[in-house]
Design a protein around this ligand. Structure first.
Ligand code: HEM
Length: 111
């Protein structure tokens, strides 16, 4: 973990996040930011189980697919530990575009 000027800029790699994958120590990545949701798991309105399934990994797509329209950045901020290094950023727009294209493109279904 490399700490720069402020807490906000602390860089945490995916491999470090992956070590925190239990109910007593649960980190997730959302939108390229790292969150420690250990204290939140038991009170998550969607249940502990779904959060635990994403423990130690990038939960961005699961988070998006579960709704969360009413969840703002201020809900997430108290759990924020830092940011992924830029080289590991997940391009949500690109992934969603590819997913949409693969549904539209029949040839993508053949092996
Ligand atoms: C820091 C991370 C998270 C926060 C602060 C959070 C917060 C919330 C809140 C406030 C709700 C109730 C309001 C709503 O449904 O819009 C909710 C519901 C839910 N969350 Fe999360 N969530 C987090 C991560 C996740 C992740 C990683 C998943 C993975 C699948 C997930 C799955 C769900 C589900 C399934 C519901 C129930 C939706 C429903 O009943 O319609 N959440 N979450």
């Amino acid at each position: 973990m490399s700490v720069t000027a402020s807490k906000r800029e602390t860089e945490i790699s995916l491999s470090e996040v992956s070590m925190h994958d239990t109910i007593d120590d649960c980190w997730v990545v959302l939108f390229n930011k790292v969150y420690d949701v250990t204290d939140f798991i038991q009170s998550h309105p969607g249940g502990a189980e779904v959060l635990l399934e994403q423990a130690g990994r990038d939960a961005t797509l699961a988070f998006q697919q579960a709704g969360h329209q009413s969840v703002s950045n201020s809900h997430l901020e108290p759990y924020r530990l830092g940011t992924l290094p830029k080289a590991e950023w997940f391009d949500l727009e690109l992934i969603l575009k590819r997913k949409r294209n693969s549904f539209l493109e029949p040839s993508s279904l053949s092996p």
